[in-house]
Design a protein around this ligand. Structure first.
Ligand code: ZN
Length: 309
């Protein structure tokens, strides 16, 4: 399985349009030891021909153009992108779907409540179903594995399993009109198994680290984990108000209860932080936080990074 990381920042990207934090300010001024990042986007392929997106970022048009494998190959209209797997209905994870609206057939896999939010509450997503044979929506359930397939049914030899992580839906969602959102599938973790049996974990949002999840992570070959915030009060210290990282559904990286400390025993997988917020001090490659992350055996996912599993 080929894995392409096309974006590694949290919502807003790095730098973020309205942010003058130390990181964004230094990056714009050419004084930053570190890299700009687009919003988190990963693409995977079992055969190098048919590709599947994990989420659909607001930067997707640029990300597709940056990856030759995702360019059209024949005819007047075509795309090697066969489908999109959604881990949540978060805006920075679904807005890119609207950029794929040019009557192109592809599949979407998502939890039933996420499909309902997009298709019933947000009329713009109807652009994905203007004609027959456009987007096919597949409801997935946590714990029930499914195979990624092209719109014509060709199996990509990638098995996907989802883990329910949270019952917290995005702030833009209108509530629970039909009463269907009683489960905890608002946020999913994705486990992809390659044709060779190797496994990739995609957890860009991790609200809780249970013993079961720790055991699961220990079996993976590669883990892409929530690196949104370094500290729980990161935004409050910057802005003087706002939400804590944990209130936003993100365990911070640093500190006593951070993922770096909690997952210190994790040795098997290649460990990469992804979905990194522009305020996170570990983005500064000359800083102590970055050094601590690297010394602990973790990498920061970077735009353009490729893995083979
Ligand atoms: Zn910033």
């Amino acid at each position: 399985m080929q894995v392409k990381i096309l974006g590694s920042a949290a919502g807003g990207g790095f730098p973020q349009w309205n942010c003058a934090c130390a990181n964004c300010h230094a990056l714009r001024g050419g004084q930053f030891t570190g890299k700009a990042r687009l919003q988190t986007q990963v693409a995977v392929s079992g055969d190098g021909l048919s590709w599947f997106l994990l989420g659909a970022s607001p930067d997707l048009r640029l990300q597709i153009e940056s990856a030759r494998e995702l360019h059209p190959r024949s005819g007047s209209r075509s795309s090697p992108i066969s489908g999109v797997v959604l881990a949540s209905a978060d805006l920075d994870h679904v807005l890119g779907l609207l950029l794929l609206r040019e009557l192109q057939p592809f599949q979407v896999w998502a939890a039933a409540p996420v499909i309902e939010i997009l298709r019933s509450e947000n009329s713009m997503f109807a652009m994905l179903n203007r004609v027959d044979n456009q987007v096919r929506w597949n409801a997935i359930r946590a714990g029930e594995p499914f195979h990624l397939k092209s719109i014509t049914g060709k199996d990509a030899n990638i098995c996907c399993r989802t883990i329910a992580l949270s019952s917290r839906y995005p702030a833009y969602s209108a509530g629970n009109p039909s009463g269907t959102r009683t489960n905890s599938e608002a946020v999913l973790g994705l486990i992809l198994t390659s044709p060779t049996g190797k496994t990739l974990g995609f957890f860009p949002q991790l609200p809780l680290l249970t013993p079961e999840l720790k055991s699961l992570f220990a079996t993976l070959d590669c883990l892409l984990l929530d690196g949104t915030f370094w500290s729980d009060d990161e935004l409050i210290r910057l802005q003087g108000s706002g939400q804590r990282a944990r209130e936003m559904g993100h365990i911070p990286v640093g500190g006593e209860e951070g993922t770096l400390r909690q997952l210190a025993e994790l040795t098997k997988p290649r460990k990469m932080y992804i979905h990194i917020n522009n305020t996170n001090p570990m983005l500064n490659e000359a800083g102590a936080e970055h050094r601590l992350v690297r010394d602990s055996g973790w990498e920061l996912a970077e735009d353009g990074c490729q893995l083979s599993l």
